[in-house]
Design a protein. Structure first.
Length: 755
């Protein structure tokens, strides 16, 4: 079960070689790669340019071990570091012989690299993760794979000794599985769409992602692990519910499964345009295949006669055309390496002796499709029967749909005036050499365009102008000198705004416009005769103007009164009730704030209906709201937010002087400290200070600090110390405490100390 699951994600990394397509060899030599020293036959996972093969074998039902094949020494088990102490698999190999894979460590799965000389290198887990699978390795040592992290399941790329970086595939995917990488850094793998469809994807070097979908559309499934040096991707995709091997192309997915009786297939690897993989039959048996641009071939048909081999799967192909895979040798499972047999190339193309077309001239130019037959005679110096066929038709600037190739020697062209069609014929020999020839078909011109007498539009006037999208139907009355009614359609729409938001052609004779008051849109009909001559006609659609502004029914503020007036910024929300004769939902917003004495720091508009106002006592803020309808008509209204003034002074809760009595009355100056406590209904910290001293002899009292004084010990003097407490709003309260100079000492009397 584990191996079957891995078959969907294990890749072969093929590096090096050019992007030019190679032709299939006619035959191969095949080599049995043998067993590991303990006798097991490995499973193949990769092949590099020098013919080294990566793989793994079963040690037991639950333990697997990595191995690498190098000619002529054979399979070597990778046991360095801690690989010998864990179940592990190699999944790919690069041209340097470095391998990538994953291994179990306790309950975790860890991706690793193996490099000759340094041996095992564990690739760090992603942050918060506990498993990671390495699935492919590039020439520079970059590895790709997938695993988990604290944010979910992700694909990753990791440079040697570097931390893995997340590879983004389909936006919104809950699982990305990169499993192939080429020398250009392009990554191939699969990703799950938000609707849970698995799609083959390619992440390009610039970070863009190509989603290959499936033969069944976006709801079908696909996956891929093979990628060529030019970015061509191979894998399998659903076709009517069955999985079929595919190769990507500019025109879409190419089905490589042309094998009779095939139930499913998978393309494993590609190099230089040559694809290898396997297809399955109804009895669950499989056959290896190879494919190029000309089609797919069962790889078994290219083996020497009597080889004893049945090739069941082709896992990898390198730039030299070598193929590694698995099969049965005389009924026993083995691994193989196939090498193309080279032979002297035939480089001489065929000779085209004669080439003609019938008819070569078409008249009259009715616009109908006319069948054309091509006759060709060709010979070759080696191939007794070169194959000839129409390769294409050049329309010389006319639409490509004006011509079609319908068979090897038949085509059809549209009889349009000034028509000029060049049929190109290619003749190929068995070695792929090609000779080309061409022949022309001419259509004399019809130069008279149709006459358009009227263009009708429904509707031609639009009300109400609510910004809605309105469908308009167009039709034209036209005639042509050919006697055949010309074909008319809506060619384009012009007007204010931009397409397709404000106006758009939606069908042959339908278009849409945005109902904005005061606008005029012009619909242009084009009528074409059978020869391609055309005329234009037009008509206007007018959107009546809306000139009535919205009615603001009410504006309220919450809160409408701010208390306490503590100078802090207070959030205020505005609510608006508005109606309009046309617009269902006029757009409203808070547009202004004003208040007498306010500065730029006292208020700010923080959202469409929100502001911050400073709680300054006695201030009234006016908040202005503007509402606009779709046609730009607007009205304004305001609401007040009041900050009542703070008029209550602080309350002095305690007041005392220390000392309150001075002895002896020796005329010396004595330091006195005042202690005061005050509260306020708004200000948490009212300010208190000693503001005056009365009593005593002249010059006998001095205020020395906010709450301190120096008093002279004059006999029988009584000093009254006044304290003033102020809140933030400037409200003040007063309190008095006394200090007495006594002539007789008593309890609690402070003896004067000389200053």
């Amino acid at each position: 079960m584990k191996r079957a699951a891995l078959a969907l994600v294990v890749t072969v990394v093929v590096l090096g070689g050019g992007d030019a397509l190679r032709a299939l060899p006619t035959s191969y030599t095949i080599q049995d790669l043998g067993t590991v020293p303990s006798g097991q036959v490995p499973f193949v996972t990769g092949l590099n340019a020098s013919g080294q093969v990566s793989g793994y074998f079963d040690v037991s039902s639950s333990v697997e071990q990595s191995a690498r094949y190098t000619s002529p020494s054979g399979w070597v088990v990778l046991t360095g570091g801690t690989l010998a102490n864990s179940s592990n698999q190699t999944t790919g190999i690069n041209d340097s012989g470095d391998v990538v894979g994953y291994r179990t460590v306790g309950s975790e799965t860890r991706a690793f690299r193996w490099h000759d000389g340094t041996g095992l290198e564990d690739i760090p887990q992603m942050s918060g993760g506990n498993f990671s699978n390495g699935l492919a390795i590039a020439a520079n040592g970059d590895a790709v794979g997938w695993g988990n992290s604290s944010t979910g399941l992700h694909g990753w790329r990791a440079s040697p000794l570097g931390l893995p970086g997340v590879v983004a595939m389909i936006p919104g995917s809950f699982l990305d599985m990169p499993c192939g990488v080429n020398a250009s850094g392009q990554i191939v793998g699969s990703s799950f769409t938000p609707s849970f469809a698995q799609h083959a994807v390619r992440v390009n070097a610039d970070g863009t992602v190509d989603d290959f979908g499936s033969f069944d559309g976006p709801d079908g499934g696909s996956n891929a692990c093979g990628i060529d040096t030019d970015g061509t991707v191979v894998g399998q995709a659903s076709l009517n519910g069955a999985q079929r091997a595919f190769r990507s192309s500019a025109a879409g997915l190419v089905n490589l499964d042309s094998f009779p009786g095939s139930t499913s297939s998978f393309a494993e690897s590609i190099s230089g345009g040559i694809v290898v993989g396997e297809y399955f039959l109804a009895d669950n048996s499989s056959h290896a295949f190879i494919a190029d641009a000309a089609g797919s071939t069962d790889l078994n048909t290219l083996l020497p006669a009597g080889s004893g081999w049945v090739l069941t799967s082709a896992k990898a192909i390198n730039a030299s055309g070598q193929i590694a895979g698995e099969g049965l040798l005389n009924g026993v499972r083995r691994t193989f390496l196939m090498t193309p047999v080279s032979k002297p190339a035939d480089k001489t193309p065929p000779v085209i002796n004669s080439l003609s077309v019938s008819p070569s001239t078409i008249y009259p130019p009715t616009g109908a499709m006319v069948t054309v037959t091509v006759s060709v005679s060709a010979t070759d110096n080696v191939d007794p029967s070169p194959v000839c066929a129409i390769a294409g038709v050049d329309t010389h600037g006319a639409p490509a749909s004006n011509a079609a190739v319908t068979g090897p020697f038949t085509g059809s062209v549209k009889a349009t005036d000034h028509g000029w069609y060049t049929f190109t014929v290619n003749c190929s020999d068995a070695s792929g050499n090609v000779a080309s020839g061409s022949v022309d078909v001419i259509v004399p011109p019809d130069t008279t365009p149709p006459v358009i007498s009227k263009v009708n539009l429904s509707p031609s006037t639009i009300w109400p102008p609510k910004g809605q999208t309105v469908t308009v139907t167009a039709s034209a009355i036209a005639t042509d000198d050919s006697g055949v009614a010309p074909v008319c359609k809506l060619g384009n729409i012009t007007g204010p705004g931009t397409a397709p938001t404000d106006f758009n052609v939606t069908g042959a004779n339908t278009g849409t416009v945005l109902a904005v008051g005061g606008r005029t849109y012009t619909f242009h009909e084009i009528c074409t005769d059978g020869s391609g001559n055309y005329s234009w006609g037009s008509a206007d659609v007018t959107v009546l103007r809306d000139t009535t502004a919205p009615v603001i029914n009410s504006v309220t503020a919450s809160p409408s009164t701010i208390w306490p007036p503590n100078d802090k910024l207070v959030p205020v929300t505005v609510s608006v009730s508005v109606t309009d004769d046309v617009d269902d939902a006029p757009a409203c917003s808070l547009t202004s704030v004003s208040a007498s004495g306010a500065t730029v720091d006292d208020w700010s508009i923080t959202g469409r209906f929100s502001a911050l106002l400073r709680a300054v006592g006695g201030r009234t803020y006016t908040l202005g709201v503007t509402c606009s309808d779709f046609s730009g008509n607007s009205s304004s209204r305001s609401v007040n937010v009041v900050v009542p003034p703070d008029t209550t002074p602080p309350t002095i809760t305690s007041l005392s002087a220390s000392p309150s009595q001075i002895w002896p009355p020796n005329g010396k100056m004595v330091d006195v400290a005042v202690s005061v406590s005050a509260t306020d209904d708004v200000d948490p910290n009212p300010s208190c200070s000693l503001t005056s001293i009365s009593g005593g002899l002249a010059g006998g009292a001095v205020v020395t600090g906010p709450l301190s004084a120096s008093l002279r010990a004059d006999k029988d003097s009584v000093y009254s110390l006044r304290v003033t407490c102020s809140d933030h709003a400037g409200n003040r309260s007063f309190g008095d405490t006394t200090v007495t100079v006594t002539k007789d000492p008593g309890n609690g009397i402070t003896r004067n100390r000389p200053k």
